[in-house]
Design a protein around this ligand. Structure first.
Ligand SMILES: Nc1nc2c(c(=O)[nH]1)N[C@@H](CN(C=O)c1ccc(C(=O)N[C@@H](CCC(=O)O)C(=O)O)cc1)CN2
Length: 286
């Protein structure tokens, strides 16, 4: 028996009856076992979302043949859909500056097999984290940023993205604002970790802002990157209780755990094709 080919079908369309029946019947008739199915109907906008994790159990069908036949079945729904081969790991480029905790955590989770991804490179505007990349045998590319070279630096980054066929860019505490042009090129495929529970404390030094405000919770937010700083669609958030005894340094230390958990969860949701961007929000099928 050949190993079943596994794929994810992501689909969205205007909500109407017959969608699930049409799709599940087509999949069943083509030898697919649906091992996981999520759906959501946004009543406010009448948009329907579904995700199905499937295994092909018949030798007569392949992911390409399933893909080829689906369009005819769903044209009537004017459906936006994609089929992702789970045997082809998402290619991910990691971007860092000097903070190492998010990179270290992502590399650990990758090493343990929790994040099934193909890391194409680690790119940084500083040299500090080169040893961490080399420890893992991952290509490290130093692209320094000055006040005059940001367009050239971003062009060099995009050249690496294209050369390596990177699917997803992860800003793991990369502390440079991406230009509008780069944000457009990476729309829906760049994830950032902001070290606050957005929409609170946007911008620089959120832990300092939190300490001044006397908060009783701190948090971190993983979101898609857009031109509007820290305003992109939120994918995952994590919070941690704190109190009046916490210094700013202790908030930073406690915050590291919220940042790594929020970022790793958001990356895994993206790698498993569980996230739909929808306006400035997301639907996440956990
Ligand atoms: N276009 C976007 N770029 C970035 C986003 C985003 O949402 N949209 N998120 C940031 C991350 N970030 C907060 O989480 C952040 C990083 C850097 C800065 C900043 O002011 N950077 C300065 C340079 C600072 C330095 O050199 O140390 C700058 O770029 O001029 C603010 C927020 C990542 N990028």
């Amino acid at each position: 028996m050949s190993h079943p080919k596994e794929f994810v079908l992501k689909a969205s369309c205007y909500a109407t009856s017959g969608i699930v029946a049409t799709v599940s019947t087509y999949l069943a008739e083509h030898g697919c076992y649906i091992s996981e199915m999520h759906q959501y109907d946004d009543e406010e906008t009448q948009r329907f979302f579904m995700r199905a994790l499937c295994k092909i159990e018949s030798d007569d069908n392949t992911i390409d043949s399933i893909r080829a036949g689906l369009d005819d079945q769903v044209t009537k729904f004017n459906m936006d859909w994609n089929i992702y081969d789970m045997g082809e790991p998402v290619k991910v480029l990691l971007m860092v500056s000097k903070f190492d905790h998010c990179l270290d955590d992502l590399l650990y989770r990758h090493r343990k097999g929790e994040l099934r991804m193909d890391i194409t490179a680690i790119v940084s505007n500083h040299k500090d984290l080169r040893p961490m990349a080399e420890r893992e045998g991952i290509r490290f590319i130093h692209l320094p940023v000055t006040k005059d070279n940001k367009p050239e630096q971003e062009a060099a980054l995009m050249a690496v993205v294209e050369e390596t066929q990177t699917d997803l860019v992860v800003l793991a505490r990369y502390m440079q604002i991406l230009s509008d042009s780069l944000c457009k090129q990476l729309q829906g495929r760049a994830i950032n970790i902001h070290h606050s529970f957005l929409p609170g404390f946007k911008g620089a030094k959120p832990y300092h802002q939190a300490h001044v405000r006397g908060v009783k919770l701190i948090g971190a937010t993983a979101h898609y990157v857009t031109s509007d700083l820290d305003e992109g669609p939120i994918i995952e958030q994590s919070v941690q209780p704190v109190d009046h005894t916490y210094s700013t340094d202790r908030l930073v230390a406690v915050g590291r755990d919220t940042e790594t958990v929020a970022l790793a969860t958001a990356v895994r949701m993206h790698l498993e094709h569980r996230v739909f961007m929808y306006g400035n929000k997301t639907v996440v099928f956990k």
